[in-house]
Design a protein around this ligand. Structure first.
Ligand code: ZN
Length: 122
């Protein structure tokens, strides 16, 4: 699957739902494909006091439900169209999920990088 197709899936899954005046679900959406050729999406929970979770975490939970841990490609979008990089916590989480994920390709706004390029000195 191309990044173009994966990006379309991420954008399509994106939807921000207001939970209250300061919390929402779905501002960031992630789509990834695994070595088993499964596609997973995840949406973030944004809250005050930092008790929410990232879209990557939501996608990883679905992966683990299927005993699937090796990501080959991942893309994250904010507000339905802005390509963003996984945050530091998610980079580490993806690595801890399966150390082979260091070779996972991540689409950034201007290039494709491997996770290991975003996690130097590991
Ligand atoms: Zn994150």
């Amino acid at each position: 699957m191309s990044f173009e197709e994966l990006l379309k899936i991420a954008k399509k899954s994106s939807k921000e739902i207001a939970l209250n005046s300061k919390s929402s679900y779905g501002k960031v959406a992630v789509a990834c494909i695994t070595s088993k050729n499964n596609i997973y999406t995840g949406l973030c929970l944004k809250t005050t006091c930092n008790v929410g979770f990232c879209a990557e975490t939501a996608a990883i939970a679905k992966m683990l439900d299927n005993n699937d841990t090796k990501i080959t490609k991942l893309v994250a979008v904010c507000n339905g169209n802005e390509i963003i990089s996984p945050c530091g916590k998610c980079r580490e989480q993806i690595y801890q999920l399966n150390h082979d994920n260091l070779d996972c390709e991540i689409l950034l706004s201007d290039k494709i990088v491997k996770l290991k390029e975003l996690l130097p000195e590991i």
